[in-house]
Ligand binder design. Structure first.
Ligand SMILES: Cc1cc2nc3c(=O)[nH]c(=O)nc-3n(C[C@H](O)[C@H](O)[C@H](O)COP(=O)(O)OP(=O)(O)OC[C@H]3O[C@@H](n4cnc5c(N)ncnc54)[C@H](O)[C@@H]3O)c2cc1C
Length: 385
């Protein structure tokens, strides 16, 4: 990888750790739709999930490039970081906007693995991509907030203690701009689960532990509010670039896995008395996938460098996410084609990784929204929404 800070020690450590979790491990989790608990525990034990938590709170205090290196290597090994990546991309919101008391209360416990911050509740069934139209409300009543509403696609909620929640604290009709009146809360779900909070799993085409959440007069302490009331949309937006970069790193890892698998299969598989990889019809898609991955990796590297130097690189983060998710999807398509029929057999992991790679065209941000950002915010084309 070409990030300025390559983090080769972290990469080697992750590679070694991932070797303990074979294709069979991931196949079984996938088949049973099971949370890869042993894998997550091992990552936590080795301190990798606390990479972005400052040292004063018990974490490793590393830059985003380290988080990206961890996630990339997990995906490159054939695993999937979807079970735990949110701890990294929600961290920025807590670090930048959380109070000292919140940080002191939660971060050391997250760093040592006693608490998980893996759930991020933004999307709702009726508002979808149009975040400011969300309907979940949080009303202040003395020293508490009362939350009512529903979220969808809140991944890992069943395996998380804490939830970073976006809710409306001032009704849409009473704000001058629709981006105002939204607030972020750090909710301790252990207090309310099974009472005023219901979590319902959603089965999906890949194993992602995603859920629906229902809030029914859910009471949370006022101290759950992150930063100032009404400024939550801005806080969530400020974390989006980090999220895009971390997801792009996972896509680069996936692309490398697909390219590696296809290359060795094309050399080993002999048909018509010669390796299939001797045919240019098989070689060229692999070479093209490699070229696309390298181009995307360069953009990602550049964007991460800007981010770690203190900039908020909206253009580069969006470009990196677009190019990387396209590169991983093209590589997935190439890989399944290279494997022929065996690409569809569970034991080769190609079909599983193929299903997993598809998600990143839609979540956490769909390709259309990234293109819209580039068209309207970078190129200055007229706003479409
Ligand atoms: C497995 C999975 C895990 C997820 N995890 C989380 C999570 O942990 N937390 C969370 O908050 N969310 C999560 N999401 C939600 C995810 O971020 C959304 O699915 C995604 O942002 C798209 O929103 P939507 O599904 O509501 O699509 P919609 O908003 O309904 O859009 C449908 C399609 O129309 C397109 N579209 C809509 N409006 C426009 C427009 N103006 N211009 C062009 N195209 C447009 C979209 O790009 C999309 O392709 C997850 C989703 C999935 C599938």
């Amino acid at each position: 990888m070409t990030y300025k800070q390559n983090h080769s020690d972290i990469r080697e450590g992750i590679d070694k750790l991932c070797q303990k979790f074979s294709g069979e491990y991931w196949q079984k989790c996938d088949r049973d739709h099971a949370y890869p608990i042993d894998f997550v525990n091992e990552l936590t034990k080795e301190g990798y999930l606390s990479a972005l938590i400052p040292e004063e709170y018990g974490g490793l205090g590393l830059p985003l490039s380290a988080g990206a290196a961890i996630l990339e290597e997990i995906h490159k090994s054939g695993g999937n970081a979807g079970a735990c990546h949110a701890q990294m991309y929600t961290m920025g919101t807590v670090l930048r906007h959380g109070s000292k008391a919140q940080k002191e209360k939660y971060l050391p416990n997250i760093a040592d693995g006693n608490l998980r911050l893996q759930a991020f509740g933004v999307t709702e069934p009726t508002s979808g991509t149009d975040t400011t139209a969300l309907r979940t409300s949080a009303k202040r009543m003395g020293d508490r907030y009362i939350v009512n509403g529903q979220k969808i696609w809140t991944s890992r909620a069943e395996h998380s203690d804490l939830l970073l929640l976006l809710a409306r604290t001032t009704p849409l009709e009473e704000v001058s701009k629709k981006t105002e009146g939204l607030s972020v809360f750090l909710v301790d779900m252990r207090q309310v689960l099974g009472k005023s909070l219901t979590i319902r799993p959603i089965r999906t085409m890949m194993n992602h532990s995603t859920t629906e959440l229902f809030f029914d007069d859910m009471e949370i302490p006022a101290s759950s509010l992150v930063g100032e009331e009404g400024k939550g949309f801005r806080y969530i937006l400020s974390g989006m670039n980090a999220e895009r970069l971390l997801i792009a790193a996972e896509c680069i890892g996936d692309a490398k896995w697909f390219i590696g698998k296809a290359t060795s299969y094309a050399c080993d598989r002999s048909i018509f008395k010669r390796p299939i990889g001797q045919n240019q019809g098989v070689q060229f898609p692999i070479a093209r996938a490699y070229s696309q991955m390298r181009g995307a990796e360069l953009m990602l590297s550049h964007a991460i460098e800007l981010y770690d130097s203190g900039e908020n690189p909206g253009e580069e983060a969006n470009l990196a996410k677009l190019l990387s998710s396209d590169a991983s999807w093209e590589a997935a398509e190439m890989c399944i084609q290279t494997f022929g029929g065996f690409g569809f057999a569970e034991e080769y992991d190609v079909e599983r990784k193929f299903r997993e790679a598809r998600l990143y065209q839609v979540a956490p941000i769909s390709t259309n929204m990234v293109l819209s950002y580039i068209a309207e915010h970078v190129l200055g084309l007229p706003r479409s929404y």
